[in-house]
Design a binder for this molecule. Structure first.
Ligand code: 5AD
Ligand code: SF4
Length: 433
């Protein structure tokens, strides 16, 4: 009987992407997906380090896996991803029942590391400081038949003072445009209709290999891929988001009318202390530029509440920016100090109860805006890409609009099918058609 694996993925889409490569590598070795974690021969936790609760979740999961490992000593427990990069040897110190700890820049080593632990019987911890091989070059087992994650760039050269990513994922490395196009054409030939281009800072895509950013060219090239219907991308950095990219979004038919532009704060003072390299006005100017060029554009964002030194006035500026932009939705986070980052040692850390209270106020404001925006779309006809049965109501199916809104409607319809539907009802986080 073939051996089985189970992968639990935390964090962002880049980790989803990497997990698909880990699965692909194992399948080439003859492994099959396990029906449950406890039954798997290999359990992989692909971790995230962005906020403290991500750390807690890893150690919680490891604690939970300990009795399973005691029951079945042959089970191999593997920890990869960003928290593995951050904690390294600490993981086997805290949880000696872990077998393999490896990084985000040596994913290709997984099968060999498993053989090594099998042969030696002691934990193996291995990391690479540079990226020698793009995980994109590895076989993938994709979670979806109609959508694919496509990495265009690994690492990040920015130095936002709150962020741990540059220290765990290293410097920016772009993939050559031909390789990306080849991968996109291949998946499109296999029936994929939607791709999401991934990078930590996609607007600087190409700078390291072409000396000049080429993200706009990359978007335009997507229009030529036969069979491809939708292109999304994440995340751009507002400082590098410029007209050529907005024009490319407007002038291509495949690139969706959705811009995720993480603002982090509405206060120029806080933005400066975050080292974001833009201020409130410059950010707002980028939003206007994008809206002027791209009709029907949906805009979403990331916001951190309670960054060190954030005063009530600073926070009110965030609230007013959220109102002014009128985001379709926001991902809101409570600031979490990350060891090794500049912000973690700043004075004036904001007390937890203050952060919580601001977070709730912000959530309430965004909720109203999202609801209002969704209500505005009642009566309109939209194209939906079907994802599958609705989780809430099995009689319905769920899909997404080009602007990335969730729509539930009466089926039947198969995952990967496009449907034209008319919006009948609106809630803050979804639409009914
Ligand atoms: N605390 C809270 N949120 C953070 N993010 C990044 N680092 C932190 C942190 N230390 C948020 C940012 C980023 C998103 C992916 O996670 O908003 O855009
Ligand atoms: Fe988490 Fe950032 Fe790593 Fe993604 S890149 S998994 S968000 S730490």
């Amino acid at each position: 009987m073939s051996k089985t694996y189970f992968i639990r993925t935390f964090g962002c889409q880049m980790n989803e992407h990497d997990s698909e490569r880990m699965a692909g590598l194992l399948e080439v070795q003859g492994y099959r997906p396990a029906s449950a974690v406890e039954k798997a021969d290999v359990v992989i936790l692909n971790t995230c380090a962005i906020r403290e609760n991500a750390d807690n979740r890893l150690y919680g999961n490891l604690g939970w896996l300990k009795p399973a490992k005691e029951d079945r000593p042959d089970m191999k427990i593997v920890v990869g991803g960003c928290l593995a990069e951050k904690d390294r040897d600490l993981i086997v110190e805290k949880a000696p029942w872990v077998d393999v700890v490896f990084g985000t820049r040596n994913i290709e080593a997984l099968p060999q590391l498993l053989r090594q632990v099998e042969a030696q019987g002691i934990p193996v911890v291995e990391f690479h400081e540079t990226l020698e091989m793009f995980p994109s070059a590895l076989p993938a087992r994709r979670g979806s038949k109609f959508h694919a994650w496509i990495a265009v760039q690994y690492g990040c050269n920015n130095s936002c003072t709150f962020c741990i990513v540059p220290s765990v994922r290293g410097v920016e490395v772009s993939r050559p445009i031909e390789h990306i196009l080849e991968e996109v054409s291949d998946v499109a030939a296999d029936g994929v209709v939607e791709v999401t281009l991934l990078g930590q800072n996609v607007n600087s895509y190409g700078r390291d290999i072409y000396r000049t950013p080429k993200f706009a060219e990359l978007l335009r090239a997507m229009d030529e891929v036969s069979g491809l219907r939708r292109v999304r991308y994440t995340s751009p950095h507002p400082k590098d988001f410029r007209e050529p990219v907005a024009r490319a979004m407007a002038e291509t038919s495949v690139v969706c009318e959705h811009l995720h532009l993480p603002v982090q704060s509405g206060s120029s003072r806080v933005l400066k202390s975050m080292k974001r390299s833009y201020n409130r006005d410059r950010y707002l100017a980028k939003v206007s530029m994008a809206r002027d060029l791209i009709p029907g554009l949906a805009i979403t964002t990331d916001i951190i509440v309670g960054f060190p030194g954030e005063t009530e006035e600073d926070f009110l500026e965030t609230l007013s920016l959220v109102e002014e932009v009128g985001y379709d939705s926001s991902y809101m986070f409570q600031y979490s100090p990350r060891p090794g980052t500049e912000a973690a040692v700043m004075d004036d850390q904001v007390p937890k109860d203050v952060v919580q209270e601001r977070f709730e106020r912000l959530t309430a404001v965004q909720e109203q805006i999202s609801h209002r925006k969704n209500q505005d779309s009642i009566g309109s006809e939209v194209e939906v890409l079907v994802e599958g049965p609705s989780k809430k109501d099995p009689g319905k199916v769920t899909g997404r609009t080009r602007t990335n809104k969730l729509v539930h409607f009466a089926g039947p319809a198969e995952p990967g099918e496009f449907r034209q539907v008319r919006i009948k009802q609106a809630a803050p986080h979804h639409l009914e058609a």
